[in-house]
Design a protein around this ligand. Structure first.
Ligand code: HEM
Length: 518
């Protein structure tokens, strides 16, 4: 039983809580009404633009947020485009957004108007986490970004530099093959092993050896990527200070940034003082950046923060993309055993006199290259690329695109467009035989790496990180689904949308050794 004093204290507490609550409610309601008026005025302004591309009806305040809500936005947008056309307008909160879903409209954006669309929208997460958006991905178009791209092309991600990192790839892949060998005949979670492999290759290519921070760094980067998609309330209503305050996003991002910054500082320091950690690679990615910084003849000097921002890009973009492709290629192999057999026959023939797959001979694997191309068509890791923004107003297909519009290109929908692809849903690597279609950004019906000025600078690195593992998995082992009751063609291919579009369920397989590792 509660005594009188206890009751009084409780009563006082409740009434002061109620008072605080009702005061908070009043302030909140007032601010909310202000916000509605502000956003409504803004959306009225947008509606006064005469000739936007077609799109679903916009609701006040939220516009089309509900039209794109759902677990797989690339598929939802693909369906909407079938109804509204290949150039579509959506109002996502405050952001006027154009969706390009055909090769022709993508070409308009990334070729005809490439210079105009070569910048990125402001995203709070990129600004706070990536050192004021000074990474390559979210840096606005200008001298600084152009300089970063030059450094990528000539130093950091050039084919020559990617080749010099070969010993790291070969060693990490050999470790993977030995791990699988030990578990031959039993069920393995191949997805997990592949993701660990590509993270290992990327972090070692940057820093040389496994750092004590590696696992924490990767999980914080994953957390950061989750908040960088441009769909947080703060990104949907960037002008609203109330939403920014109530969402609590800023302090959360600042915390993530501080943790990342501390780890990157430590790793770079460890790297500078530990010459032995470099192994037999004498020009790691961090060395390349430090060398560029030291040489001093740059238009815009590179600060230590800039270097950390670039390293974040490589770690974030360099790992999950390649592992996603390996995972989908293995899934398609399991679903299509005759295609797997053909790829295995090729790799076992080319390396018949060797005990392992050497990267120097990967170029002979013609069929495997077709498989990679077809996997990138059906399962592009970044199906909506990265958002772009136009700096000036322009016209596409007779529609007016106001300045500072967000533009999203639906690479996934383009890769499955029946106008360019026969039986588009079928996994058929042979469609690329005698075809000049290539992923270097000139054939707009096939742009898994994007196109134009902002095209992915990591194509060579990304492909190197996936071709050797794939060839090795095929060379050393035969593969079966772990669930023996399931028919191969019934393998679940459901996707999960995140930083990349991966399999929703992990790939559980049973390997049988054919060529034991040396
Ligand atoms: C299979 C592997 C990969 C795929 C499919 C892929 C795909 C893409 C796509 C679609 C874009 C957006 C292009 C655009 O906006 O036009 C992009 C941008 C980018 N990628 Fe990749 N990527 C891959 C691997 C890599 C790797 C390995 C790295 C670095 C080591 C990397 C670094 C970047 C960077 C820095 C950008 C931003 C470029 C800019 O804004 O200027 N990517 N990538």
């Amino acid at each position: 039983m509660m005594n009188k004093r206890g009751f009084m204290v409780k009563f006082k507490f409740i009434s002061s809580m109620e008072f605080t609550f009702s005061l908070f409610q009043t302030i909140f309601t007032f601010l909310f009404i202000l916000l509605i008026i502000k956003i409504f005025n803004r959306s009225k302004l947008n509606h006064s633009i005469p000739n936007l591309p077609p799109g679903p009806r916009k609701l006040p305040l939220i516009g089309n947020i509900f039209d794109v809500a759902g677990p797989l936005p690339h598929r939802t947008l693909g369906k909407l485009a079938q109804k509204y056309g290949p150039l579509m307008h959506l109002q996502l909160g405050e952001n006027s957004t154009i969706i390009a879903s055909s090769a022709e409209t993508a070409k308009q954006v990334m070729k005809t108007h490439d210079l105009n669309f070569a910048t990125r929208p402001f995203l709070l997460a990129a600004y706070i986490i990536a050192y004021k958006s000074t990474n390559i991905m979210f840096s606005p178009y200008g001298d600084y970004w152009r300089q970063l791209r030059r450094i990528c092309n000539t130093e950091l991600l050039s084919s020559k530099h990617v080749q010099s990192l070969r010993p790291i790839r070969e060693q990490e892949v050999s470790n993977l093959i030995h791990t699988i060998f030990k578990q031959s005949g039993s069920e393995i979670n191949l997805s997990e092993l592949i993701y660990a492999l590509t993270y290992g290759i990327t972090t070692r290519s940057v820093f040389g050896k496994k750092s004590r921070h590696q696992d924490a760094l990767i999980s914080v980067i994953d957390e950061a990527i989750g908040l960088s998609g441009g769909f947080t309330l703060t990104d949907l209503y960037p002008s609203s200070k109330v939403i920014a305050f109530l969402s609590g996003l800023r302090p959360k991002l600042e915390k993530i940034h501080q943790r990342l910054d501390k780890m990157l500082d430590d790793i770079i320091q460890e790297h500078k003082t530990d010459e032995d950690g470099k192994g037999d690679v004498n020009h790691l990615l961090v060395d390349a950046l430090l060398k560029v910084q030291e040489c001093g003849n740059l238009e815009v000097p590179l600060t230590n923060d800039n270097i950390k921002a670039i390293i974040l890009d490589v770690l974030a973009a360099g790992s999950d993309t390649s592992s996603t492709v390996i995972e989908w290629a293995m899934s398609e192999f399991l679903k299509n055993p005759s295609i797997m057999k053909k790829a295995q026959t090729e790799v076992r023939r080319v390396f018949s006199t060797k005990s392992t797959v050497a990267e120097t001979d990967i170029h002979s694997l013609d069929f495997l290259k077709l498989v990679v191309k077809e996997t990138l068509r059906l399962h592009p890791p970044a199906p909506l690329m990265l958002p772009m923004e136009n700096r000036e107003k322009c016209e596409i297909n007779g529609y007016e695109i106001p300045m500072k519009n967000r533009v999203v290109v639906n690479v996934w929908a383009i890769g499955r467009d029946p106008k360019y692809w026969e039986e588009p849903e079928r996994f058929n690597p042979e469609r690329f035989i005698n075809s000049s279609i290539d992923y270097r950004g000139l054939d707009f019906e096939y742009i898994p790496f994007g196109a134009g000025r902002r095209i992915c600078p990591g194509i060579s690195f990304g492909l190197a990180n996936l071709e050797l593992p794939l060839a090795s998995l095929l060379y050393h082992f035969d593969w079966k689904l772990a669930d023996l009751t399931m028919k191969n063609q019934d393998l679940d291919m459901t996707e999960s949308f995140g930083a990349t579009v991966k399999r929703k369920s992990v790939l559980k397989l049973v390997p049988t050794v054919v060529h034991p590792p040396a």
